[in-house]
Design a protein around this ligand. Structure first.
Ligand code: CP3
Length: 378
C-alpha cells in the first residue's frame, strides 16, 4: 500500500494525452461523481458504513473508486479517487458531518472573522491530517492495475470558504457573501489559508500516485464577474502555479471546473490549467472560439438529460461529441456531477454513445486528413 515507486504500467492513457493536447484515437470520457449514490453497490456500502468512514479507510475508498470502473468495464477512461472536497475544512480543524438525505453539515460554522482564530489550526500538516487520502490513492493505483489513470481533486478556496461559513448547502450564500462584502480583508486571509492547504494537498496526492488533478469551484457562478475576479480567480491561479512549480518534473495535467462562471472562460484558459471543464451553459462552438485551442475542453452535457430517456440521451451526447468534434483537446463528461437517482442504464447509454460517436468523428477526421494529403501529393 505504501509503495509509490512501482505502479503497474498504464494501459489506457487517452485522457492524459487529451489533457496535454496530443491526438487521441477517440475522445476519452469520465463522469464527475461517477462513484457514488446512483450506484446500487455504493448504496449497499453506505448501509454498512458512514460516508467519512469510507473516505478514511483506504480499503473502502479503493473499493468504491473501482465500482464504476468494474461496472462500466472498458467504457470509462479515468477513475477519480473517492473522497470529498470537505476533507480540507476537516483538516483545518472543523467538524463536518454527512447527513443522509440532506448533505454536508457543519455544527459550528465560521460566523464572524474572529472565529478563524478559535476554530482553525494555525498550521495544517496535510501528511498528518490527510494521509488517509494519500494512502487511498496509492492503494487505488495498485488496484487499478493500469486500467485507467487516477484523478485526484480538491475543492477550490471560494467554494470551501462558502461551505465553512454557510455550514452546509445554501440557496443564496448570503452569509459567505456578507463576509466578502463586509470583511474583504479577513475573507482574503481565509482564502489564502485554504489555498495553502489545497496546494500541499494536491502535491501530496500526486506524490501518492494521482495522475491528473481537478479543482472544483462548484460555487463559482454564485459570484458575478467582478467578485469572481477578486475572490476566486487569483486563488485558482495560485494553486496551479504553486503545485506545478513545487512538483517540477513530477507535475501532472490539471483541470479547473468553475461551475456557472461562463463569463470567466477566457481567463480560466490563461492561468496554467491544461483543461477547463465546462457546465452545460456553453455551446461547444463558443467555448472553442473563446479558448482558441489553448486548453483542452471537458464536458458538458446537462446531467438531467440522463432522465430524458434513450432518445434524448443519444441525441444530446451525439450533439456534444460532434460539437466539440475532435480527437484533440477534448474530454467528454457531464456538465456537473451525475445525480443520485439516475438509472445505471442511462449512464451506460451515455458512455456507449460517446464511444461510438467519438470513433465516428475520429474516422471522419482521418478521412479528411487523408484526402488533404492526397491533394497535396497530387
Ligand atoms: O466519483 C466521484 O466523483 C466521487 C468522489 C466525490 C464525492 N464528492 C463523493 C460524495 C467527489 C469528486 C466529490 C466532490 C464534491 N463534494 C463537490 C464538487 C463537485 C460538485 O458536485 O460540485 C462538492 C460540492 C461536494 C460537497 C458535497 N459532498 C455535497 C454537496 C454532498 C451532498 C450531496 C451529494 O452530492 O451527494 C456531498 C456528499 C457526497 N460526496 C456523497 C458522495 C458519494 C454522498 C454522500 C452519501 O453517501 O450520503
Amino acid at each position: 500500500m505504501t509503495d509509490t515507486t512501482s505502479f503497474p504500467p498504464l494501459k489506457n492513457d487517452l485522457i492524459i494525452r487529451a489533457a496535454r493536447g496530443e491526438k487521441t484515437e477517440r475522445a476519452p470520457v469520465w463522469v464527475m461523481r461517477q462513484a457514488g449514490r446512483y450506484l446500487p453497490e455504493f448504496r449497499a456500502e453506505r448501509v454498512e458504513n458512514d460516508f467519512f468512514k469510507i473516505c478514511r479507510t483506504p480499503e473502502l475508498a479503493t473499493k468504491v473508486t473501482l465500482q464504476p470502473i468494474d461496472r462500466y468495464d472498458g467504457l470509462l477512461d479515468a477513475s477519480i479517487i473517492f473522497s470529498d472536497i470537505l476533507v480540507i475544512p476537516q483538516a483545518m480543524g472543523m467538524t463536518v458531518e454527512m447527513v443522509p438525505g440532506k448533505g454536508p453539515h457543519f455544527p459550528t460554522p465560521l460566523v464572524v472573522p474572529a472565529d478563524m482564530a478559535v476554530q482553525l489550526k494555525e498550521k495544517v500538516d496535510v501528511n498528518q491530517e490527510l494521509q488517509y487520502v494519500f494512502d487511498a490513492i496509492t492503494m487505488t493505483r495498485h488496484a487499478l492495475n493500469g486500467r485507467v489513470p487516477l484523478i485526484g481533486f480538491v475543492g477550490a478556496p471560494w467554494t470551501l470558504m462558502a461551505y465553512m461559513i454557510e455550514g452546509g448547502g445554501s440557496k443564496t450564500l448570503s452569509k459567505a457573501k456578507e463576509w466578502i462584502f463586509k470583511h474583504p480583508k479577513e475573507s482574503h486571509e481565509l482564502l489564502s489559508r485554504i489555498t495553502d492547504v489545497c496546494v500541499d494537498f494536491l502535491i501530496g496526492q500526486v506524490l501518492a500516485g494521482a495522475q491528473m488533478l481537478q479543482v472544483f469551484e462548484s460555487w463559482g457562478g454564485e459570484l458575478g464577474p467582478h467578485d469572481f475576479e477578486h475572490f476566486s480567480l487569483p486563488y485558482l491561479a495560485q494553486i496551479v502555479k504553486r503545485v506545478k512549480l513545487e512538483l517540477g518534473e513530477k507535475a501532472v495535467p490539471m483541470a479547473i471546473f468553475a461551475k456557472g462562471s461562463w463569463y470567466a472562460l477566457e481567463k480560466l484558459s490563461l492561468i496554467g490549467y491544461e483543461t477547463v471543464s465546462l457546465d452545460w451553459t456553453h455551446t461547444p462552438e463558443s467555448a472553442k472560439a473563446i479558448t482558441q485551442g489553448r486548453v483542452t475542453l471537458q464536458g458538458n452535457m446537462d446531467p438531467n438529460v440522463l432522465y430524458g430517456g434513450d432518445e434524448a440521451i443519444v441525441a444530446a451526447a451525439t450533439r456534444m461529441v460532434r460539437g466539440f468534434g475532435s480527437t484533440r483537446r477534448y474530454i467528454a463528461n457531464l456538465g456537473h456531477g451525475i445525480l443520485p437517482t439516475v438509472p445505471v442504464e442511462a449512464m451506460e447509454l451515455f458512455l456507449k454513445t460517446v464511444h461510438r460517436v467519438g470513433l465516428e468523428v475520429a474516422a471522419e477526421e482521418k478521412a479528411a486528413e487523408d484526402a488533404n494529403d492526397m491533394k497535396i501529393l497530387g
